[in-house]
Design a protein around this ligand. Structure first.
Ligand code: FEO
Length: 390
């Protein structure tokens, strides 16, 4: 296995997961990587490990650089098992090593692994000198768990922020100048929308904390390393963390006999009449994590379902639960749907969207199959509401 240097004396020793397609509910169509980094100085430091099934792949990469037993410090930036999963085996192989982690990391690792490792707990501002280099620690709680921590190495202008700035891309390419920008941008957006979105305030704090640092490389724990596109990804994170939206609508729905599908199209035309881009997304064909990616910068979120057994279709219920957890803010909502007799679906969706804190349009509800005239009326009414300050 050949060495992959990211800086002189600093190596990528992670693993490539080509086949993962579901990352706790998020569809990872391009797979992912678990990025670990090895720093060789007077002390040898391993920053994070990989998911447990990839131990051997990681060890092969470490062996290409050094003997694993020489590791002095293992930085555990985040206890989620895609990064900490190999810690028990790694600590057996380098028993003299000390684990460096945040206060919450210490608690999490104890509960995950019930271990007896030497642990050094660090807080923001703490430093560990490892020779020519200094490891500077910065706690970034909730990006992604309460324990999340970044390591900054000023001598290399290198930030290792763990999950922040990640993307789920399996690739032999390691750097952002080797991968098309549109792929990077869209995968970074999908990652933000499905993992980081609820924590905008914490992301903003983390961005502020790193804004004064001299950085020429950001090496996250998933996907591609940023070096040529640092300003672009930082700008996107600033925009996403503030819930800044575009004049864009996402029309999310499912349908039984296409009556709700017809209403979705009538609603789409209403946005079209206002020259607002509107994207219909049928949940029978679209994964909820792809819907979230489109919602990331959409001002308008329209959700539709027919009534089924006094409720809503399970696909729509699942989407609403998922979106509620990811907590998009500053949006306008519209509920719509068809029904035969009970007609509960629209009210259920309306309540859910109100529960998300959305400012709501008047809902749209049609019995049985909407006629051409009724569909035209829907378009006209919704278009008017949009034009009046939607
Ligand atoms: Fe990549 Fe939150 O773990």
């Amino acid at each position: 296995m050949k060495k992959t240097a990211v800086k002189s004396g600093i190596y990528w020793v992670g693993a490539i997961d080509w086949n993962i397609r579901n990352f706790h509910g998020y569809s990872t169509n391009r797979g992912t990587t678990y990025n670990s980094y090895l720093v060789e100085d007077q002390k040898t430091v391993l920053v994070d490990t990989v998911k447990r099934p990839f131990l051997e792949e990681m060890l092969e990469r470490v062996r290409a650089v050094t003997d694993i037993s020489k590791v002095d410090y293992v930085v555990s930036s985040h206890a989620e098992m895609d990064h900490s999963g190999c810690l028990p085996e790694i600590m057996k192989l380098c028993p003299r090593a000390t684990v460096i982690t945040s206060p919450n990391g210490e608690k999490s690792l104890k509960k995950h692994y019930s271990h007896d490792w030497k642990v050094r707990v660090v807080n923001s501002g703490d430093k560990v000198i490892i020779g020519k280099r200094t490891l500077n620690f910065l706690l970034i709680p909730m990006v992604h768990w309460p324990d999340s921590m970044a390591t900054y190495i000023p001598e290399d202008k290198l930030l290792l922020p763990n999950d922040a700035f990640g993307q789920h891309i399996a690739s032999v390419e390691r750097f952002d100048d080797q991968v098309e920008w549109e792929v990077l941008r869209s995968e970074a957006a999908k990652y933000y929308a499905n993992i980081v979105l609820p924590y905008g305030a914490q992301v903003a704090k983390a961005l502020e904390a790193v804004s004064g640092l001299d950085i020429d490389m950001i090496a996250p724990s998933h996907g591609i390393i940023w070096k040529e596109r640092i300003s672009e990804i930082a700008e996107l994170y600033t925009k996403w963390s503030s819930n800044t939206t575009l004049q864009k609508a996402v029309i999310v729905y499912d349908t039984m006999w296409n009556s709700t599908g017809k209403i979705a199209e009538a609603v789409r035309r209403a946005f079209d009449e206002n020259s607002i881009k509107a994207l219909p997304m049928n949940l029978s064909f679209t994964h909820i994590s792809d819907v979230m990616t489109e919602l990331l910068d959409a001002k308008y979120i329209c959700v539709g379902s027919p009534t089924l057994n006094n409720g809503i279709l399970p696909t729509v219920a699942s989407f609403l639960a998922y979106m509620k957890g990811l907590a998009p803010r500053n949006r306008k909502g519209l509920s719509f749907g068809s029904y035969g007799w009970g007609g509960q679906s629209v009210g259920i969706i309306d309540d859910e969207l109100k529960g998300c804190g959305f400012d709501m349009f008047n809902s749209v509800k049609e019995r049985w199959v909407p006629s051409r005239e009724e569909l035209c009326d829907i378009t006209e009414r919704v278009a008017e509401e949009i034009s009046k300050g939607g």
